[in-house]
Structures are given as C-alpha cells and as structure tokens.
Design a protein around this ligand. Structure first.
Ligand SMILES: Cc1cc2nc3c(=O)[nH]c(=O)nc-3n(C[C@H](O)[C@H](O)[C@H](O)COP(=O)(O)OP(=O)(O)OC[C@H]3O[C@@H](n4cnc5c(N)ncnc54)[C@H](O)[C@@H]3O)c2cc1C
Length: 383
C-alpha cells in the first residue's frame, strides 16, 4: 500500500493550486455577490486542459484518472466552491458520461466542445415530482419518424442558464418502470426547449441553477445515447463515479476554512491572548483537521477503486456522505471561531457556510447515502 500521489499527480496538484489561488479565488466573493457564472475562470481552465480532464485525448481532453480529477477538484473547491460545482457537473459528470456511453459520432461531436470550454454542459434528472425517487421521472419522449418529441420539465439543473448542451434523462416506456428510461442529448435552441430564470439560492450563487421545459421539443434520433430504454444501466453504471467525484468539493472548501481559521486564531486577541491559546479553540482546529484528512482518505480510496474498475457502491457513498457532512461541520465551526466577524459577508466564512449546505442534498441526499450504505453492507453480509 502506498498513500503517495504519483509525481505527475503532484505536478498537476501544484499547477492547479497556483492557478486556482491566483485566478479563481479572487472571483469567489464577486460571483457570489453578483450571482453570476465565472466565464472568465472557465476560459482559463480550458486553456490549462482542466475542462477536458475526464475526456480521452483523442476527443480533445487530457484523459486523467478519477483520482487525479479528485486532486484537481479539491484545489478548485479550495478557491471557490461554486466554480468547483459547475466544473464538476460540466467536466466530470457530463464528460465522463459521454466518454463512457456515447457513440463514436456523438463523442466526436460533443467532447471537443466540452473540453475546449466552447460549450458548457448540464445533466438533467430531477423533476418537480421526482427527486430522491428519480427513477419515477415522468418527462416523456416519443419517437416520431427521425425525431424524439419530448414533453415535461426538469428542475434544479446546475449550469442550465449558461449551458448549451443538456444530457436529459427521459421516460420512453410508460409501462416499464425504471427499465423504460432513455438518455437524450438536447441542445439549446432545439424547437420546444426553454430554459427557466435562474433560481435565487441560499448558496453556490456563482453556479446558476434553473428549470428546463420541454413542450413538444424535437431532437433527432441520433441524439439518443446507447439505445432506447438503456438509461437505467447508464445511471447505475455512473453512480460510483458521481458520488466519488462530488466528495472533493467539501474537502477543498473545508481545507480553505481551516487555513483561514489557523491564520485568524494567531491574530485575534481576547482576554489579552491570541485565540490559539484557548484549548476549546484548539480542539476545534484538531477536529476540523482530522475530519478533512479522513474525508480525503475515503474519497481517494473510492477514486482508486473506480480507476481499477472495482464496484464501490458503499465506498463511494461513504466518501460522499462523510465529505459533504464534514464540509458543513467544518464551515459551521469556522463561523464559530471567527465569532461575529464570521457572520459578516466581508470575511468570506459565511459564504462557505451557505455553500456547504448543498452537499448533503445534491447527487443523492445524506439520507439516501445512508440507505445505500446500510443496504450494501447487509447485501455483502449475505454473500
Ligand atoms: C443547487 C442544486 C443543484 C442541483 N443540480 C442538479 C442537477 O444538475 N441535475 C439534477 O438532475 N438535479 C440536480 N439537483 C437536484 C438534487 O439532486 C435533488 O434536490 C435531490 O436529489 C433531492 O431531491 P428533492 O430536492 O426532490 O428532495 P426529496 O427527494 O423530496 O427529499 C426531501 C427529504 O426527504 C428525504 N428522503 C427522501 N426519500 C427518503 C427515504 N427513502 N428515506 C429517508 N429520507 C428520504 C430526503 O433525504 C430529504 O431530506 C440539484 C439540487 C440543488 C439544490
């Protein structure tokens, strides 16, 4: 067993750390305040090859491992959680999905656009009536000649207000339950496709979210991924990766909050002493540090398993659940350590607290992760 990153991964980490601190971090408060997408950061990330990190080289990407993606995402999340969230959805979730499931023609058409940053991508599963129970989705696509005609809507779609390509899960067989789902690529501008106004959210202001609507929306049959009624396999096949890929968000943001706290407790004096002289403050720092380290170990183990092609349903959920709940605990303790200043916008800590909350909701809520873990350990105990 070897816990060290490879020389290449360390090189990537150093390069992204420097870039993220110089180029992404200075925009974090601005995009939060202005509630706008960081197009300028995405352009620079494309130039460095970061947008195509999950895309094979023959389609314009840099084809890195899932572990390397986790290392990169942690650095971006350290600088700005909202940028990291939009990046994860477009580059990792959509990039990995298309690289794994799309036809040769679809890969040649869409992956270079994603990797170059010419187009931002979204992935749409959730509906107003189908959240945790996502397989009960009702948005329906009917084949008519050379086209699919889609009717229905999706909600809470990350990047939708700025995206040009959408991977949309739809129902194509009303009677077949979870086996009646298909995946379609829908481009902005398709007839009958409309994008809602950005939602006003608690946090992640720089990562826009909206509804999308399909009213007799027509897309060519060539936009079907894999085959009709094949989306359950696509969904299930991508879950380990998706949960693992979400974990570094909490880890990077937590590490940033801890570093800010360490600097603050050396400076801030009360009762004639810096805060670092108080044992209850030191206990908080120790717990934050331990939890961040534990979350990273879980995430890297799950990433390593994904890279080896080992099914890791429980391990990926351990990583996602622990990292996102840790992110919330660390952000909350950081506000506490900063006291009243932590509650004020100026210091950036309250933004981290608002941003952290979404981790336990997206890509399977914390309750759903606990269900998956418990069911998996019972299943393993019987095999
Ligand atoms: C900012 C943001 C971005 C998002 N981005 C995307 C995106 O890009 N694409 C996309 O498709 N979706 C996206 N989502 C949607 C997200 O995946 C859903 O919000 C999530 O799956 C939960 O669904 P829901 O909100 O309908 O909650 P519900 O499913 O209604 O759950 C409500 C509560 O009940 C609990 N619950 C539900 N079922 C059970 C159960 N069986 N046992 C115990 N507790 C249960 C839940 O854990 C939760 O606490 C996003 C959401 C947000 C907030």
């Amino acid at each position: 067993m070897d816990f060290r990153l490879s020389d290449e991964q360390i090189e990537f980490q150093q390069m992204v750390r420097k870039f993220a601190r110089n180029e992404i971090a200075p925009l974090a408060a601005i995009i939060d305040e202005e509630e706008r997408f960081p197009f300028e950061s995405f352009k620079k990330m494309a130039d460095l090859g970061l947008l195509g990190i999950c895309v094979p080289e023959e389609y314009g990407g840099v084809g890195q491992s899932i572990l390397t993606f986790c290392v990169v995402l942690e650095e971006i999340a350290y600088a700005c959680a909202a940028t990291a969230m939009s990046y994860t959805v477009s580059s990792a979730l959509c990039g990995h999905n298309l690289a794994t499931n799309a036809s040769e023609e679809q890969k040649r058409r869409y992956l270079p656009e994603l990797a170059s940053g010419r187009k931002i991508f979204s992935i749409a599963m959730t509906e107003p009536g189908a959240g945790s129970d996502v397989l009960s989705m009702q948005t329906f696509a009917e084949r008519k000649g050379d086209e699919y005609v889609i009717n229905g809507s999706k909600t809470f779609i990350t990047n939708a207000p700025v995206a040009e390509v959408f991977l949309v899960y739809v129902r194509t067989d009303r009677a077949a339950g979870p086996r009646g789902l298909s995946l379609l690529i829908v481009e902005k501008g398709a007839p009958g496709f409309t994008i809602g106004q950005p939602f006003k959210k608690m946090g992640m202001h720089g990562s826009p979210t909206s509804e999308i609507f399909f009213g007799d929306c027509r897309v060519p049959v060539e936009n079907l991924v894999k085959g009709e009624n094949q989306a359950l396999g696509i969904l299930l096949g991508g879950l380990d990766f998706e949960r693992t890929a979400g974990s570094p968000l909490g880890i990077g943001a937590g590490r940033c909050a801890l570093d800010m706290c360490v600097a603050y407790v050396k400076e801030r004096k009360q009762f004639g002493q810096p805060l670092m002289m108080f044992e209850m403050i030191l206990e908080k720092l120790a717990n934050m540090s331990m939890e961040i380290e534990a979350a990273r170990l879980l995430a890297h183990k799950a990433a390593w398993m994904c890279d080896q092609g080992i099914r890791c349903s429980a391990e990926a959920s351990h990583a996602k659940l622990f990292a996102t709940e840790m992110g919330m605990r660390v952000a909350s303790e950081a506000v506490q350590i900063f006291g009243g200043y932590g509650y004020m916008r100026e210091y950036g800590i309250e933004r981290m607290f608002r941003d952290a909350k979404v981790g336990g909701i997206i890509a399977g809520t914390s309750e759903v992760q606990r269900l998956i873990i418990a069911r998996e350990i019972i299943k393993r105990s019987m095999s």
